[in-house]
Design a protein around this ligand. Sequence first.
Ligand code: SF4
Length: 232
Amino acid sequence: MSRALRVGGLVPLTTLDYPGLLACVLFCQGCAWQCRYCHNPQLIAPRGEHEIAWSRIMDFLKRRQGLLQAVVFSGGEATLQGGLVPAMEEVRQLGFRVGLHSAGIKPWAFAWAAKAADWVGFDIKALAEDAELITGVSGSGKANWRSLEHLLASGVDYECRTTVHWHLLDVERLWTIAERLQSFGVEHFAVQLVRSERMLDPTLPRVAAPAEVEELWQRLGQMFPHFVLRKD
Ligand code: SF4
């Protein structure tokens, strides 16, 4: 079953994608959204030009047993693939911790996958009412926040993260996202400034950070028990 998992790329070693562990990242092929700032646009199509066969990935992981500690399933949107959870289970049987990066595009599928993970990096795109401006898909905000509820109910370790492009999000809205996350009980929050060198929508203008942003980072640091700002 897991042979059906479509993987469009692999990073063999990272210290950044699973907290505190040496990991590799599998970039699953396919996504149903079209985020204007998406920095992996080649992963959006259901089939990729450079897919890696699951058998090759398993061979790679067997050679890394005892060297790597975790495998992160990223995307694209990994949870759209029926082969994801069986693949996660295969990886766990090799002794690896299992990470998942997701935006919870289909809440029921996300809930299933989150329970099979040891840690989830969860993308909050925007306020539910604003998400379509980023994703281009009606109903995406509702799905995104419904999946957050599934994540928090699962008890799995997590980090919520919001990618910021200052043309698509302003300080006031980012603060309101944070307030809403806090009201949901979120304790781990990260803000990631967009990587503007490669984006799905090349017409997105470069916009400098607003003047009041340093104060916002300070307030977010006081608001959440765990807050991280990632500038690249
Ligand atoms: S950034 Fe958006 S379009 Fe790109 S993979 Fe993630 S959810 Fe899909």
